[in-house]
Design a protein around this ligand. Sequence first.
Ligand SMILES: [Mg+2]
Length: 227
Amino acid sequence: MGDPINFGQTRSVIFDFDSTLVSLEGLDVLASIAGSARGPEEKAELEMKVAELTRETMAGNVPFPEALIRRVGWIRPDRRDVSRALEVLKRSIEPGVKEAIHFLRDRGMKLLVVSGGVADLVRPISLELGFAGENIFSNELCYEGDVAVGVDPENFLARDQGKVHLIRGQSLPQPSVMVGDGATDLEVREHGAASYFVAYVGVCNRPEVVRGADQVVRSFSELLSFF
Ligand SMILES: [Mg+2]
């Protein structure tokens, strides 16, 4: 990382969702809620293995598509678990996010959410934060009756380098900045789908992600200081 970069000329900002706009990981929350119905031992085991796979994936050690499918298959949340998880996540929005969205939008920047998380959680919160519906992208859970058993495999975001391909396909006004905490966010800049990558470490500090960042920020107010 060299001198601080001024992002004032930026025309698009792409945000990750889990551990960036909110302080939790949606699938970890789902695991905890769905696990509650299965007895304390099974709950603890489910939470542990889901959280561990989340960590390994965000550090870039496990391919994202495989990790997503495995975690949803273990959790198998029903619709009530999903709406409970949504309530928990709504209370975990990072400080300053709404202000940051307004600030950047007032300066004419195009703002997107691109998340490997699931739409039932990502979409309502992103809408509430002020993102336009057509600029929110995430995975879709596939339900059998009331139980989510997998994700839509046709969605770009369920595939390898999903964020890279999805963002490229948007032909965004440039320059663009990707803001996130995970390996799949860094990948967006590494593959040229965004001009810059800002590592958001307000929730998780992953050395292998921070190492590749153009800028590192601890909060949304710090993020705005570069614009
Ligand atoms: Mg994240």
